[in-house]
Design a binder for this molecule. Sequence first.
Ligand SMILES: O=c1[nH]c(=O)c2ncn([C@@H]3O[C@H](COP(=O)(O)OP(=O)(O)OP(=O)(O)O)[C@@H](O)[C@H]3O)c2[nH]1
Ligand SMILES: [Mg+2]
Length: 197
Amino acid sequence: MKEIIIATKNKGKVNEFKEMLNGSGYQVTSLLDYPDSVDVEESGVTFVENAILKAEAISKHYRKITIADDSGLSIDYLNGAPGVFSARYAGEEKNDAANLSKVLTELKGVPEAKRSARFHCALAIASPEKETFTVEGICEGMITEKMEGENGFGYDPIFKPRGREVTMAQLPKEEKNTISHRADALKKLEKGIAQYF
Ligand SMILES: O=c1[nH]c(=O)c2ncn([C@@H]3O[C@H](COP(=O)(O)OP(=O)(O)OP(=O)(O)O)[C@@H](O)[C@H]3O)c2[nH]1
Ligand SMILES: [Mg+2]
């Protein structure tokens, strides 16, 4: 089977890519299968720049077709923060619980009408032979006042997608994988994957 490396060690992302690409005919691996892989510095100022950095570094290193995901949450009341710093918002150790507590504290007392936010996902596909291609996906919603739900990862327990009455973490995974920023981006990328092989 044709292998695609997803250039991430984030288990939440890996699970979602495996589910969304299930039946696509590609063998989906990740950096969890390549534990001694290089750590790529996310020095870009946009999601797209960071996705390109990660995809190109890993595809060059393993000489394999690679997709990287750079994603995060942008909150209007916080002028777009945490944005590209979403994973490390509360510190270098990338602690999901600490990150979302920080957001809840910063939005304490802020009325519902001012709690709008969106998830972004940039995907870059890279190969040693071809030019890198990128797409972006978005999921609009708002920040809740407390954590609810056990599914998903990251900020999902405090993010209510537009048109839903529950948080992303309360939705079944199949539903998240239909409406998420990652699903939106992958739909735009999917048809283009074949030409990399
Ligand atoms: O609730 C969430 N649902 C999602 O669907 C989602 N997607 C991204 N995020 C958040 O944004 C950071 C990305 O940062 P990020 O793209 O640098 O990833 P990462 O550092 O975890 O792994 P890597 O892919 O870089 O190896 C992650 O840590 C999460 O906090 C999400 N939160
Ligand atoms: Mg990262």
